[in-house]
Write a protein that binds this ligand. Structure first.
Ligand code: PPS
Length: 575
């Protein structure tokens, strides 16, 4: 590698934080300025602007830079810069702004983090932005989805002055600004450092890859995972950092360091890889590992990958000398069974048996409590993942009964609750329609609006119970499809959700008329009565359908239990 490419301590770093006197001045002056509460993505961008990781940017981009970046991957002055770093705000805030104004940028608690000296405010064409920056308007691409979800936003560009860095209370000793990192490298005597960018836990393939990369380039190694925003559905960063800490001992002593990067990823593939290179250069690294499908968003809605697997490597190679950081390219690492070792895909001897495990297969194994093979990951990583993703029979779940009044929901729900209590192991809460209406929703009536609110409350409580490992058994009428689906989505974030449609025909419910409500509804004494004078939308997404007309409550409850068992929610008695 030519020596001029080694820039062990990076290029010039911008310092955007104001000094103490100036901060006080800005805080006082901000009383007269409009404010904008930063979204999580914007807060990440601001942090990297303020700490110099986005040098040479001195603020959020104005229109000239934005246009040039979208079109040519360069700022208006010709400097290489691959992705727009823009501040998008609601029209109510953005439309009145003009050059010379100030905008106070605040965190969700209202603390002012920075001042934007407005130079530009304009309404971008976000579909065109998606097309030119990400090469697509397919909303399977997370960055495209985010752009198209809010087409009316106004972009506000201008220089930033920092008042306070966004606060973090997690893993504080693992967070470094570029200046701190450069100082740390100097302290350790590290002149050549290769950075490894990641949004996944480190499994054996990653460890092997990084070890090889550092050896080949004769560098020290910086494991530099993203803890800002990554791809939706990724393992949360708390779990990942525990995994990184756990595997750190697998590296030779004095060679490797871990630091967390508060970047909001765009999953922008090749263009984003260039940004990763610029950031690592600013952090004082001399090399960057670029693997297969770096920063890739996966597949589009027709099942085709958005970017070619080695497009990112090609783009970095094209700009390597301008970037001032050297790429260490890597092919996909695979496990070769007869050698009991990992090697790059292109070095595998012909005819060898190769093992691999996709992200989906990994999830499946975690869900069903199956072993994670030792060739795939280290036991300490498997243990951490297990803690976050317990097998289904150790997770919380919600059984949500829906159906007409008198269909048998409460009766079956009660039998189910008793059976689950008899099994033990997880706390069980019954959220029956009547109980909820007495305790949570006593002020509500039976209009659509009130019924939806009632179901949202039940859904919220059930989601909290589920997230914390308990069982919620809900039994409201819940006549409306949309809100039932919202509840499913909410609950599934933290555990299982089983929708049981108690589909007992209305004439049976009316014959039973245990509470005398149908008679009153027919007589017009009770208005908006479900099935008589109010709608019931039959679910098309029920996991189980029960007709209680000719079954005992025990038989119906048994059907639910068998379903729960089949789906893995009920473990062996001994577990
Ligand atoms: S909803 O639609 O899900 O909010 O209804 P829910 O909270 O389950 O409340 C239903 C119970 O309230 C009684 N009741 C009525 N039901 C339907 N329509 C009207 N207008 C009505 N007025 C009172 C009824 O006893 C329901 O209980 P169940 O156990 O379903 O019979």
């Amino acid at each position: 590698m030519p020596d001029h490419l080694i820039q062990p301590h990076g290029g010039p770093l911008l310092q955007l934080m104001a000094d103490q006197d100036r901060r006080d001045e800005l805080r006082d002056a901000s009383r007269d300025w409009p404010s904008w509460t930063l979204t999580p993505r914007q807060a990440c961008d601001l942090e990297l602007l303020l700490n110099g990781a986005f040098s040479p940017l001195s603020g959020f981009m104005g229109q000239a830079d934005f246009d040039a970046v979208c079109k040519d991957m360069r700022l208006a002055d010709g400097t290489l810069w691959p992705l727009p770093i823009t501040l998008d705000v609601d029209p109510s805030i953005g439309e009145p702004l003009e050059a010379g104004n100030h905008l106070a940028l605040r965190d969700p608690e209202g603390v002012m983090l920075a001042v934007l000296h407005v130079e530009d405010a304009w309404r971008p064409d976000r579909a065109a932005e998606a097309q030119s920056v990400y090469g697509s308007q397919d909303t399977k691409h997370p960055a495209v989805a985010q752009l198209l979800a809010d087409p009316d936003r106004i972009y506000v560009g201008g220089r930033i002055e920092g008042v306070q860095q966004p606060s973090h209370y997690d893993f504080v000793t693992l967070r470094h600004t570029p200046a701190q990192m450069r100082a740390e490298f100097t302290r350790r005597g590290w002149r050549r450092v290769v950075a490894f960018q990641t949004r996944n836990p480190l499994h054996r393939a990653h460890v092997e890859l990084t070890l090889r990369a550092a050896r080949e380039a004769e560098t020290n190694l910086l494991i530099h995972p993203v803890v800002g925003m990554t791809k939706p559905g990724d393992v949360d960063h708390y779990t990942r950092v525990r995994c990184y800490q756990a595997v750190l001992d697998r590296y030779p002593q004095h060679t490797t360091m871990l630091s967390l990067l508060p970047l909001a990823m765009r999953m922008g593939g090749p263009r984003e890889t260039l940004l990763h290179a610029i950031i690592r250069k600013n952090y004082g690294c001399s090399h960057l590992i670029v693997g297969r499908d770096h920063a890739g968003p996966g597949q589009d809605s027709s099942g085709k990958p958005f970017y070619g697997p080695y497009d990112a490597q090609e783009l970095v190679r094209e700009h390597e000398s301008e970037l001032g950081i050297t790429m260490v390219p890597f092919r996909l690492m695979v496990y070769v069974e007869e050698r009991a070792a990992y090697m790059p895909q292109d070095e595998v001897p012909e005819g060898s048996r190769v093992l691999s495990l996709s992200g989906t297969e990994l999830r499946e194994r975690l869900t069903h409590g199956h072993e994670l093979p030792e060739w795939f990951t280290y036991p300490e990583v498997a243990t951490e993942l297990r803690r976050t993703y317990p097998a289904r029979h150790q997770q919380g779940f919600t059984v949500f009964f829906t159906g007409l009044s008198g269909a048998g929901k409460s009766t079956v729900a009660n039998v189910l609750m008793v059976k689950l209590l008899e099994t033990g192991g997880r706390p069980v809460t019954l959220l029956d329609g009547d109980i909820v209406r007495q305790n949570l929703s006593s002020e509500l009536g039976f209009s659509k609006e009130h019924r939806d609110l009632n179901i949202q409350r039940i859904g919220f409580v059930a989601s909290e119970i589920t997230k914390n490992g308990g069982i919620a058994v809900c039994a409201p009428i819940a006549p409306y499809d949309k809100v039932r689906r919202q509840v499913r989505e909410l609950v599934e974030k933290g555990g299982g959700f089983v929708l049981v449609h108690v589909a007992t025909p209305i004439d049976v419910c009316e014959d039973r008329d245990r509470k005398g409500l149908y008679a009153k509804a027919r007589a017009g004494i009770i208005k908006e009565f479900t099935g008589i004078s109010d709608p019931y939308e039959v679910p098309s997404d029920a996991d189980l359908e029960l007709d209680t007309s000719d079954r005992t409550p025990e038989e119906s409850a048994q059907r639910v239990i068998l379903h729960l068992e089949r789906e893995g929610y009920l473990g062996p008695v001994s577990s």
